[in-house]
Ligand binder design. Structure first.
Ligand code: PBG
Length: 332
């Protein structure tokens, strides 16, 4: 229940009078503990390759990912999410490279794990960086086939867990994949590996720059609306989350972020479980473009956009601004 204040006895501005009282009465806050930094990995050594649609974001070779992870840790960031740019020659219609224990993301995980034993390492479970058609699943007769895809995702998940990934993040939106991955992990003795489910993931145009970063935009045939959610829906997000939790998800994610804060709020209020939001590539690109053109203030824009996720109920945020935000937060 809210406090039944009445003017003039009640004046809400009294609690906004200065920094000290604002800090004391703040309902939420943002710290480096809330940040998950998505990093793009590419082949080679000493490589730092700008992603044109995401100014300030580079694809890094494994050695540079290790450097980046160490730098992130120094700034207080505790979690990285790794995304591979798979060499086009290695992409095929069934995403075979996803189950190669020596694929790019597995090599990155092993290298970062060796250098940063305490860092949380999140890997996407989905076929899109590995398929020639850019879809997250297998295709038969022009349709994404659910159950066969789930079998492939299970194999991918086990390979990533074996490499040292502690948090698997299925981002494919197939039905039943969380339960299948949980069962396979448990059967192989990996009860320690957790699952962060992309539970409410919408079919969004805001993923455009990411698809350029992982090299799937030029190859993607059609769209992902038969598996990712319709932006018109909100009750359906609760069903997705409910099912993923029942199947064994340890935490859930809503994606995209800023246009979907209502979903974050509903999920948190209903389930009271660790809930994350992804400030996706298109949101980054929009904000960054506004900063670079002097339209929005950079520091305040970054902090406000991230704090809003916390207020909406998120426990943490995947954001390409993680390093910038950490630097700003550390300056106090
Ligand atoms: C792939 C995946 C996508 C993102 C994360 N994992 C793209 C997609 O589903 O097409 C988007 C992240 C972003 O836009 O920053 N399954």
């Amino acid at each position: 229940m809210s406090y039944p204040g009445r003017y003039p006895a009640t004046r809400l501005r009294r609690n906004r009078a200065n920094d000290a009282i604002r800090a004391l009465t703040a309902e939420t806050g943002l710290t480096t503990d809330d940040l998950i930094w998505p990093v793009f990995v590419t082949e080679g050594a000493g490589v730092r390759q700008p992603v044109p649609s995401m100014p300030g974001v580079d694809r890094l070779s494994v050695d540079n990912v290790v450097e980046a992870a160490l730098a992130a840790q120094k700034l207080g960031i505790r979690a990285l999410a790794l995304f591979p740019y798979t060499n086009p020659d290695l992409r095929d219609d069934i995403g075979s490279e996803s189950v190669n224990p020596d694929n790019l993301v597995c090599r990155a995980v092993r290298a970062v794990r060796a250098a940063c034993p305490d860092l949380i390492l999140i890997c996407d479970v989905a076929l899109d960086p590995y398929t020639s058609h850019g879809h997250d699943g297998l295709i038969r007769d022009g349709q994404i086939i659910n159950d066969e895809t789930v079998d492939a995702l299970v194999r991918q998940a086990l390979v990533q867990a074996e490499a040292g990934c502690d948090t698997l993040a299925p981002s494919d939106m197939m039905d039943g994949r969380i339960g299948a991955i949980r069962a396979a992990l448990d059967d192989s003795g990996r009860t320690d590996v957790r699952i962060m489910s992309y539970a409410a993931k919408y079919a969004s145009c805001f993923y455009g720059p990411f698809r350029e970063a992982v090299g799937s935009s030029s190859t993607l045939i059609g769209d992902k609306r038969t598996y990712q959610m319709d932006p018109a829906n909100s009750d359906e997000a609760l069903r997705e989350v409910e099912m993923d939790l029942a199947e064994g998800a340890d935490m859930v994610m809503v994606k995209p972020g800023m246009p979907y804060l209502d979903i974050v709020r509903r999920v948190k209020e209903r389930f009271h479980v660790p809930t994350f939001a992804y400030q996706v590539s298109g949101e980054y690109a929009m904000l960054r473009t506004a900063f670079d053109n002097g339209i929005l203030d950079r520091q305040r824009g970054i902090l406000e956009s991230l704090l809003c996720f916390k207020r909406a109920g998120a426990d943490g945020v995947l954001t390409y601004f993680a390093m910038d935000a950490a630097r700003i937060l550390n300056k106090g």
